[in-house]
Write a protein that binds this ligand. Structure first.
Ligand SMILES: NC(=O)c1ccc[n+]([C@@H]2O[C@H](COP(=O)([O-])OP(=O)(O)OC[C@H]3O[C@@H](n4cnc5c(N)ncnc54)[C@H](OP(=O)(O)O)[C@@H]3O)[C@@H](O)[C@H]2O)c1
Length: 317
């Protein structure tokens, strides 16, 4: 099979398209024929060698956590999927492995793809939307009627965070640059703040949750703008921020947190249900063939993506 293979850490040019052996599904796993794979900033952070403590240095390495495709093989112990099922997932196997024609996935992370999404729209969603869901729910504890500020509302995580916060019944203020104001409003934000003309935190009132998908806000200033039980959640670790782990229940009022979470089929099913109810959609910034993986990473590294970047790996029949 063809795959984008990493033989060392470095710039986008270290990724090479190579012919390698097709993997097989182990116990509790599926082999999926990949139709589309999502590109996320974590991919180029791993590629740069910034995350080797977490993801190791086991070369050759195949990146790509997000996938949409067709089940090609079921491993022992997998009863709920069959060959031919259309599925999507956020891989929790190694560094992802989805920049390839076939990927092995743990069945515990896989869900049937909603018909409403094509493979590119489905591959765009899992990592970013699960990040948004996990953060808004814990530690955010976002409730109907509460006020949330979402910084980076037009980016990969932000487009889903805005929609999910609305699905939870919150009042949403989205922050983006002028060119993305209409998009963020269309996604459901009640208020849109253009950060190029106004400081997002210099407003009257307070927020129950400040969700910083960029890491550009000052933690101290953000905490000053929280209500008595609010929290500041950032997706980029910084000074003064504590890790908030999956399953953790305790949180400090007006605390600052960095989210650590794991993908589950149950959470992805929640997203799929919202998609089926027309309450969640993907916004695609750009689509690249696998051969143009370097250009896809360079686009992501601009940190100006308007929605999601996707690799098309197999054209739909
Ligand atoms: N902890 C986790 O589990 C987790 C999960 C997912 C992502 N992350 C991290 O979260 C970050 C965001 O991920 P992503 O996928 O959303 O990235 P992304 O798609 O690259 O985000 C791009 C967006 O960021 C916006 N942006 C850039 N500078 C901004 C600023 N100063 N103020 C407001 N918006 C700004 C851009 O909007 P404009 O063009 O309008 O400026 C653009 O739409 C990355 O660092 C990623 O690694 C962490």
């Amino acid at each position: 099979m063809r795959a984008a293979v990493l033989s060392s850490f470095g710039p986008a040019s270290v990724m090479e398209i190579a012919e390698i052996a097709r993997p097989t599904a182990g116990v509790g796993q599926l082999l999926v024929e990949v139709h589309a794979a999502g590109v996320n900033p974590i991919d180029w952070k791993i590629r740069n060698g910034w995350m080797s403590e977490r993801y190791g240095c086991d070369f050759p390495m195949i990146l790509g956590f997000d996938v949409s495709g067709v089940v090609a093989e079921t491993g022992a112990g997998v009863a709920n999927f069959r060959r031919g099922d259309l599925v999507f997932a956020r891989s929790d196997v190694g560094a992802g492995g989805c920049y390839a024609e076939y990927a092995v996935l743990n069945a515990s992370t896989v869900v049937r793809k909603p018909d409403e999404l094509n493979h590119e729209e489905a591959a765009a969603m899992p990592l970013a939307a699960l990040t948004a869901l996990n953060g808004l729910r814990e530690p955010g504890r976002l409730q109907a009627g509460q006020r949330v500020l979402i910084n980076g509302a037009s980016g990969g995580v932000g487009i889903y965070a805005v929609q999910i916060a609305k699905n939870l019944g919150a009042h949403v203020s989205g922050v983006c640059s002028a060119g993305n104001v209409d998009l963020v409003r269309e996604l459901g934000a009640d208020e849109v703040i253009d950060y190029t003309s106004r400081q997002p935190l210099q407003t009257d009132g307070s927020w129950d949750l400040i969700y910083d998908a960029v890491g550009s806000l000052s933690c101290a200033e953000a905490r000053d703008k929280l209500g008595p039980d609010g929290v500041y959640l950032t997706l980029v670790p910084a000074d003064g921020i504590e890790f908030f782990f999956a399953g953790q229940t305790e949180r400090q009022p007006r605390g600052g947190y960095f989210l650590v979470w794991s993908p589950t089929a149950a959470d992805l099913e929640t997203l799929a249900d919202w998609v089926r109810a027309s309450n969640l959609r993907s916004v695609i910034d750009s689509v690249y063939p696998l051969e143009e993986i370097r250009a896809a990473h360079e686009r992501s590294q601009t940190e100006r993506s308007r929605g999601k970047i996707v690799l098309r790996i197999k054209a739909d029949a």
